[in-house]
Design a binder for this molecule. Structure first.
Ligand code: CP3
Length: 356
């Protein structure tokens, strides 16, 4: 099979004959092939073992037909090396047993070091690139400073962010120490992924949608901007073909402050499903690509309904360069893989028609 570079050309904002498509959380529990491996391993074992991580990375490429692979890993794998005691508990999700609650805790945290802490991630990227040589490009990723800080402070998932916001407001020095440590550690981690062969990088800011625009602008955006500027500039000319490594910024739940999200930088703005694509195309500056944005629950609708929703989004974008189709957030674990395949195929066929 010839290498399918549609995703990379699109991410570099070149005009293309079709729209590439992948799905956040595409390697995961909705696939029986994933669950079979998971039955014999803990989640973290699977992240730490490059052979397993690569096998899972390839599953949606070979079995669902997506146009890009994303490394199987987690945003929280940075934590153990920095001194945060991370566990995944069944029924709860990620738990940090020694959360950050004071300035002293923030000061005691170590900077992440990719060579020391996450060599298995870089090894997985190198092996995945080899396995994907006749297939599709590989996306690397990291959590953004706010999303990582919120887990470090709360110690587990939350919908309220009471500890996190209290710390942000009441301990401004501790907040700056913590956010700055994550910022530098994330930059080093993402640059190491580029060196290992990641062809595009996505920054996940999954929880900024819980912030007011003012708090985002004053206490979060400057750190995200530092990460995005540093990684965009590091990735210039770093791809195998001498081209740039594009950077996607996914700020979930943040479409009501999409102006601020653009100020943070990057090359491609990732959208959740809460913003209509027609409006997005007007609101997002033409120097950015756009990634998104069908509601992930749409995959529970009929095939006809899925097609209508896909065509709606494709027509709203028209022939604007730089559109990467994706779900507005991660695929749900009870999704029927046949529906996922239908969705992918529909984007591929309908976008060829609309862009021709
Ligand atoms: O997209 C992909 O397929 C790549 C792999 C990937 C995973 N997590 C695999 C995973 C990526 C990019 C992530 C990112 C991630 N991890 C985010 C940001 C993305 C987003 O959705 O906005 C967040 C917030 C996390 C933290 C995390 N990891 C949570 C909340 C959970 C779910 C806990 C649960 O049990 O529901 C995880 C675990 C996780 N990460 C799984 C997978 C496939 C499931 C683990 C399992 O098999 O039990």
């Amino acid at each position: 099979m010839a290498f399918n570079d549609l995703f990379i050309r699109t991410a570099r904002l070149q005009p293309t004959e079709a729209t590439p498509v992948w799905m956040m959380r595409q390697a995961g529990r909705y696939m029986s092939e994933y669950r079979e491996i998971r039955a014999n391993h803990t989640f973290l074992e699977m992240c730490y073992d490059p052979d397993l991580a690569v096998e899972i990375t390839l599953q949606p490429v070979d079995l669902i037909g997506v146009d890009a692979a994303i490394l199987f890993s987690d945003i929280l794998v940075l934590f153990p090396g920095m001194g945060l005691d991370l566990e995944f508990q069944t029924g709860i999700g990620p738990v940090i047993n020694n959360p950050i609650r004071s300035l002293a805790d923030a000061k005691a945290l170590r900077f992440g070091d990719p060579d020391r802490d996450t060599p298995y991630v870089m090894e997985s990227i190198r092996i995945a690139r080899h396995e994907l040589r006749d297939k599709v490009p590989l996306i690397g990723f990291s959590g953004a400073p706010f999303t990582l800080a919120s887990y470090a402070i709360e110690g587990r998932g939350t919908r309220e962010f009471i500890n996190c916001k209290s710390f942000m407001w009441n301990e401004p020095e501790g907040w700056d120490v913590l956010m700055s440590k994550f910022t530098q550690s994330i930059i080093d981690y993402m640059c190491a992924q580029i060196d290992a062969g990641a062809q595009t990088i996505q920054l996940f800011d999954s929880w900024v949608g819980f912030l007011s625009p003012r708090d985002y602008e004053q206490r979060v955006l400057p750190y995200s901007k530092q990460v995005l500027d540093a990684v965009v500039s590091y990735g210039k000319g770093k791809a195998d073909d001498g081209g740039d490594v594009p950077v996607i910024h996914f700020a979930n739940g943040a479409t009501s402050m999409i102006d601020l999200v653009q100020q943070a930088g990057g090359n491609i703005v990732g959208l959740d499903w809460r913003l209509d694509m027609k409006r997005a195309v007007n609101l997002i500056d033409s120097r950015f690509g756009i990634q998104g944005n069908i509601d992930p629950i749409s995959l529970f609708a009929s095939e006809e309904e899925i097609k209508a929703k896909v065509v709606d989004i494709l027509e709203a974008v028209g022939k604007r360069p730089g559109h990467i189709f994706n779900l507005g957030h991660g695929i749900q674990k009870t999704t029927d893989p046949d529906k996922a395949r239908h969705f992918i195929k529909t984007v591929q066929e309908e976008s060829r028609r609309i862009r021709s």
